[in-house]
Design a binder for this molecule. Structure first.
Ligand SMILES: N[C@@H](CCC(=O)N[C@@H](CS)C(=O)NCC(=O)O)C(=O)O
Length: 211
């Protein structure tokens, strides 16, 4: 399998964590995502992934899989151990809800293409873009904290084993801290992050900081 990825990408970090938990190796292809000559916006990469985003997985059979949740669910079916979706039906729904709350309502508002559109098309300066990011991170993380309060049943979001919910939380919480948020204000998130940081598959696959 080939993984098109970037080390600063939260969505790549999710897939990398899943691969590490499964003990699966892939052929890595680094795609740059910052700056005017970023590879993700160039014709060669758009031919492979019309969305121009990382991560993208190409299976051994040559099929393209985009979107980190779809990639992780594919890996989870191909390599069932350890399961990344809880076996209990309601916990499984909670895990997917949290993963999507992070991917769709927080992370989707923050990537480079959004910042670049705000600054080039709407003349918003770097302080304004930073304020935009902080707004959506703060609102989104507070909602995730509420979602999991009283519904946690173990050390992680949906039980005693890390699931897709934790895989999506981990890079997003790191991004929140890098954006100046004190995670301690979200007690469940802070505790789960401490538990996740003790797992090498998570700690070794955190997104790199932007230089
Ligand atoms: N919903 C997608 C998000 C993918 C995404 O936004 N990736 C970012 C990096 S974290 C990217 O490729 N950004 C390039 C850009 O914004 O131009 C997923 O979960 O895979």
């Amino acid at each position: 399998m080939k993984l098109y990825e970037n080390e600063i990408s939260s969505a790549t970090s999710r897939v990398r964590i899943a691969l590490a938990l499964k003990g699966v190796e892939v052929e890595a292809h680094r795609i740059s995502i910052l700056g005017v000559d970023a590879q993700n916006r160039q014709a060669d990469y758009l031919k492979l992934n019309p969305q121009g985003l990382v991560p993208a997985l190409v299976t051994d059979g040559g099929q393209l899989i985009t979107q980190s949740l779809a990639i992780i669910e594919y890996l989870n079916e191909l390599y069932p151990e350890p399961p990344l979706l809880p076996l209990n039906l309601e916990s499984r729904a909670l895990a997917r809800s949290v993963a999507l709350a992070i991917a769709s309502e927080i992370h989707a508002l923050l990537p480079p293409r959004i910042a670049s559109y705000l600054s080039t098309t709407h003349a918003i300066n770097s302080d304004g873009v930073a304020e935009w990011s902080r707004h959506w991170i703060g609102e989104g993380m507070a909602a995730v904290e509420q979602l999991i309060t009283n519904r946690r049943t173990g050390a992680f979001i949906a039980g005693d084993h890390p699931s897709v919910a934790d895989i999506f939380l981990f890079p997003q919480a790191i991004s929140a801290a890098r954006n100046g948020f004190d995670l301690a204000q979200w007690a469940n998130i802070a505790e789960i992050m401490q538990n996740l940081r003790a797992i090498p598959a998570f700690e070794n696959n955190a997104p790199a900081a932007r230089k």
